[in-house]
Design a protein around this ligand. Structure first.
Ligand SMILES: *[C@@H]1O[C@H](CO)[C@@H](O)[C@H](O)[C@H]1NC(C)=O
Ligand SMILES: *[C@@H]1O[C@H](CO)[C@@H](O)[C@H](O)[C@H]1NC(C)=O
Length: 289
């Protein structure tokens, strides 16, 4: 009986020692095999725990994740081809593109991302003549609602900052960044998220493209600045008469042209949505979120 016990205990000890050696070995090889991950130099606030954690974990990634997965190459090629499709110059073709876009809508995929529709859609968003422009008072910031020839609607979010401008402060500080709409769309395509609205940079000429087709409501929210240039202050929750969008020296306003989806769909709130006040969201507090 006691011999049996001693034997079991020895086996137990042996297992314990082997496990210890195993863990020690694994930990060691993780450190040895994984050279420091080349973290790109980003101008982000690294004082937040979330960022520190992410960068720390990058060093412990198994090696398989440190090289580009060859399975990704065909996907990447297809995606790039999709955006390089021949330009739509004929308005009838643009019309066909909108029909394709409209037929695509489902509960799991709001916007087309295959068979080259992506590129055609972006080009049509960027170049189809504008038939009517109004304020888009929904939401908090200045936007215009454009009706393109062929009846496709889009949102136009004007540029407020240059690309390299960094805004410090709270997450909701400053105006919306129009570039972010475009980045979000391309990033979503790479990540295979099919519910981020297609968006492309478009320049509109205030006198030629907007004024002749502006509603009287929009005209009422325009004024001349001290240089005599006509500017827009718009209509929205945060719109102020002293915070206008003015055309550049060429008379143009740059903005993000964002496809507008005119359909009733079930709405799922994003678990990563931001807070619009000082209250932190769950993902900002819970480190295991
Ligand atoms: C979404 O799904 C519901 C049922 O789950 C269906 O009734 C509805 O038609 C779907 N909508 C679209 C646009 O596919
Ligand atoms: C515009 O006026 C508001 C007060 O009505 C002020 O808070 C804001 O800072 C002003 N904006 C600019 C850009 O001067």
């Amino acid at each position: 009986m006691s011999l049996n016990y001693a034997f079991s205990f020895s086996v137990f000890l042996l297992v314990l020692v082997v496990l210890n050696i195993y863990f020690f070995y694994t930990l060691n090889t993780i450190n040895k095999k994984s050279p420091k991950f080349n973290v790109p130099k980003l101008r982000v606030d690294l004082t937040t725990n979330v960022f520190q954690d992410i960068y720390e974990y990058l060093n412990y990634l198994p090696n398989q994740y440190k090289n580009k997965n060859s399975k990704f190459m065909p996907i990447q090629k297809k995606l790039i081809n999709s955006f390089n499709t021949s330009r739509v110059t004929n308005p009838a073709h643009a019309q066909h593109t909108w029909v394709e876009v409209d037929n695509w809508v489902s509960n799991i995929s709001l916007f087309p991302h295959e068979d080259g529709i992506g590129g055609k859609m972006l080009h049509a968003l960027q170049s189809t003549p504008i038939a009517l422009v109004d304020n888009a008072p929904k939401g908090t910031q200045l936007k215009l609602l454009l009706l393109l020839e062929g009846n496709q609607k889009l949102y136009f979010k004007p540029k407020r900052y240059n690309l390299e401008h960094v805004i410090n402060g709270k997450i909701y500080a400053g105006f919306d960044r129009h570039n972010s709409e475009v980045f979000a769309y391309y990033l979503a395509m790479v990540l295979n998220f099919k519910w981020i609205p297609p968006s492309v940079i478009r320049k509109v000429h205030l006198d030629n493209d907007i004024l002749p087709v502006a509603t009287s409501g929009l005209r009422k929210t325009m004024l001349k600045n001290s240089k005599g240039t006509l500017c827009i202050y718009g209509k929205c929750f945060y719109c102020k008469i002293n915070e206008t969008v003015c055309p550049d020296d060429n008379g143009e306003v740059e903005g993000a042209a964002i496809l507008y989806l005119d359909k009733q769909l079930k709405v799922y709130k994003s678990p990563w949505r931001r807070s619009y006040n000082a209250k932190k969201m769950e993902w900002e507090i819970d480190r295991d979120y």
